[in-house]
Design a binder for this molecule. Structure first.
Ligand code: RNT
Ligand code: ZN
Length: 392
């Protein structure tokens, strides 16, 4: 059998494939609901997607309501092995006609019932874009206190909804705050909006709740090319100072900058990291994640440094040009494949060789590792989990 052969091959380099599969199966990956409808949501507002992000493509089949979205997610999950969570945005509750500063747990009870039946955890994101009160391009850092307060209230309520998820589903819900605040052209005052944002966040995070709070930085957006209030340095400082989680989105840095290179450094200063695994193509284009070098590097950094309990892996992309269920399925499976490849790495041997300055051995082992039969281990995993080993 292919798997037995693979098991022997890995045993020869000191890797236990059964142990790798055991760990792999328990790593939760949070699937973003917004791939299912191109980030439109169910407010029935028709203001279009704003905030410097863009979903393109007109493949048929975008979810029109929550039942359709959940049915699509079910189809995706039936082809994804291992532990999944579902990541919701505030606009995906039963919120038609409900203002954002009025959202409550009851608007999300259908999601909770559905998640309970499937033993899924839920994560949450307040939605600070695609709204008349974000039309100036500023939300939590807006000079008008009434606008800031509106968004502060939205975020506070979002955190309470996440606490409700934590309680009902028995697993801590991660709440990620991302805002598109910034300027298209070169600003004069880069400081004041950041001060306002600090004050707003201090208010938002004041209530102690059983959730994981995270803040997500960004370098630029469409129409926000020059300056973002919530830059990497800004949120890194805020997260360190306030003991909350930092969210790193793979598409939010300069084109040659990769988040895999940041994980170990950040892990020394923040207790928890949230990842938005995405694939930027020349810009923050949010393409479906491929099983590419960066995805494998991200997985390896998490596994090598024992960060599985401190890094929350979530996906973040929205491609409207292909079948949306397939977009989820391919991306989620790729994330798990990358984690499997990482778990099958003889890390301790590599590390020991490096510590002894035996770079020859390190290179040889790393290169030989690339052609070991990890696909046979993947196939075995899929067959044990009753999902297809191959798609298409
Ligand atoms: C935008 C951020 C943010 C969004 C989602 C919809 O650049 O990555 O995370 O993609 O919240
Ligand atoms: Zn993101």
């Amino acid at each position: 059998m292919m798997y037995n052969y693979a098991k022997e091959q890995y045993a020869a380099i000191g890797v236990d494939t059964e142990n790798a599969l055991r760990i792999l199966d328990t790593i939760p990956v949070s699937m973003h609901c917004w791939q299912g409808d191109d980030v439109r949501g169910f407010e029935r507002r028709d203001s279009g997607l704003t905030g410097g992000i863009q979903a393109t493509g007109n493949h048929p089949g975008a979810a029109r309501d929550a039942d359709e979205l959940r049915a699509m997610i079910d189809r995706a999950l039936s082809q994804i092995p291992g532990a999944s969570r579902i990541n919701l945005h505030a606009i995906y509750g039963d919120v038609a006609g409900v203002e954002r500063d009025q959202i409550e747990p009851k608007h999300f009870s259908a999601w909770v019932d559905w998640a309970k039946e499937r033993n899924l955890g839920l994560d949450f994101n307040p939605t600070l874009f695609s709204h008349p009160k974000s039309a100036d391009g500023l939300t939590l850092s807006h000079p008008d206190k009434a606008i800031r307060d509106f968004w502060i209230e939205h975020c506070k309520r979002g955190r309470r909804i996440a606490a409700y998820f934590s309680k009902e589903l028995g697993a801590k819900s991660a709440v990620n705050v991302w805002i598109g605040d910034g300027f298209k052209d070169v600003p004069a005052d880069t400081l004041t909006p950041r001060k306002r944002l600090i004050d707003a966040m201090d208010e938002i995070f004041a209530e102690k709740l059983d959730i994981i709070d995270a803040v997500e930085s960004k370098l630029f957006g469409i129409g926000v090319e020059s300056y973002t209030v919530g830059s990497h340095e800004f949120y890194m400082g805020y997260a360190v100072k306030n003991g909350i989680a930092l969210c790193l989105d793979a598409g939010h840095f300069h084109p040659t900058e990769v988040i895999s290179a940041k994980i170990s450094a950040v892990s020394l200063f923040v207790e928890r990291l949230l990842l938005h695994v995405s694939r930027p193509m020349r810009w923050d284009s949010d393409h479906v994640i491929m099983l590419d070098d960066e995805l494998i590097a991200i997985a390896k950094e998490i596994v090598r440094h024992n960060l599985l309990n401190r890094v929350h892996i979530g996906l973040d992309y929205f491609d409207g040009s292909i079948d949306r269920v397939t977009a989820w399925t391919v991306g989620m499976r790729n994330m798990r494949k990358a984690l499997l490849i990482a778990l099958l790495e003889p890390y301790h041997t590599l590390r020991d060789a490096e510590h002894e300055f035996n770079f020859t051995k390190r290179l040889t082992l790393m290169e030989e590792g690339k052609t070991l039969p990890w696909t046979a281990v993947w196939d075995e995993y899929c067959s044990r989990k009753n999902v297809p080993a191959r798609l298409g």
